[in-house]
Design a protein around this ligand. Sequence first.
Ligand code: PLP
Length: 397
Amino acid sequence: MSSELHETGHAVPSRPAGEWERVAEIDLSAVRHNIRRIKDLVAPARVMAVVKADAYGHGAERVARVAVDAGAAWLGTAHVSEALELRAAGIEAPLLAWLHTAGTDFTAGINAGIDLGASGWELERIAAAAEEAAQPARVHLKIDTGLGRNGATADQWEDVLDAAMGYQDDGLLRVVGVWTHLAVADEPDRPETDEQLEAFRAAVALAENAGFDLEHRHAANTPALLSRPDSHFDMVRLGLGAYGLSPFADQTSEDLGLRPAMTLKTRIANAKRVSADQGVSYGLRYRTAEETTLGLVPLGYGDGIPRIAVEGPVQIDGQRMLSRGRIAMDQFVVDAGPDVAPEALLGREVVVFGRGGPSADEWALAAGTINYEIVTRISGRVPRTYVEGSWGEAGEE
Ligand SMILES: *Cc1c(COP(=O)(O)O)cnc(C)c1O
């Protein structure tokens, strides 16, 4: 094959062997570190690693294995379908799924040994599924202590306990847990968490007085397990913290001793010199102030970068730059300034967030959202790769 070089006025970047175009690099040793840290913090309470939504974008199967290996006793997902995927991948750890619809395959869940959260209506369906599966379901009854989402209200609680006891007496299910979810644990000064925990203790007492033999009382998410030791009970449901992110507006990952697991990076796809007053991206919302060098970052809202983000930060060769103009489906633009030559920019590594770059928290701020959403929305178009020890702690294991 012959090739001919044409004069383009650009230095053409060569392709490093086996390299990615764009990648979300997941540091599994960071996940391991975070799980161990939280496990030590909450002991003797158990850790349930919440791996819903593809482990907040990190890859449910890989994260689940590492989490269990690092000491998570349980795994949690929202949907039975998510839990079934983990079972299909050969993951045998105890699993709880809690958000169901009329379309939920409870029979498959029971057959796969998945514990089921239930707020009320599900009990009848779960009992029928248990008959079909010819084995009792394991159920965690949920009380709504104030969040106003799923869970039985305090008014419904005794009826739900009665119904569950009926099915339990019939041998169709066993209530092994009572649980709730907190609304404002990320704002530790608010009084509602006290009220919710008080209501939870009352609901647990009613269940125990009704004769249920509970193995698992659980209420805490990441903000609660970090800020409220009195929320730990028998188990905590750890999501965000497992991925190394902080749930608090005024504390960073580092403050909490956590290591962000996801690094989103790519390479500058185009770079060019433009004159002053060059408009940038749809709507021409940005215009260059002077002759300058623009760099094109090949990540957009099709990859999960929020279109609404304004001045999202990236790091290129140790230098901070900001997204300019609108984020498009596939790409956004940075203004590297007049002193950077296009040839020096083309092909450079761009860290959007993670190790060696800005934090997911900074992107959350730029987009008016929370770090949960930034990592979770990184789409399937961005390949995941898995590494160990990128934070320099490989020897720690
Ligand atoms: C997602 C979720 C969690 C995990 O919350 P984090 O704040 O990410 O730790 C815990 N419990 C329930 C019911 C959830 O839906």
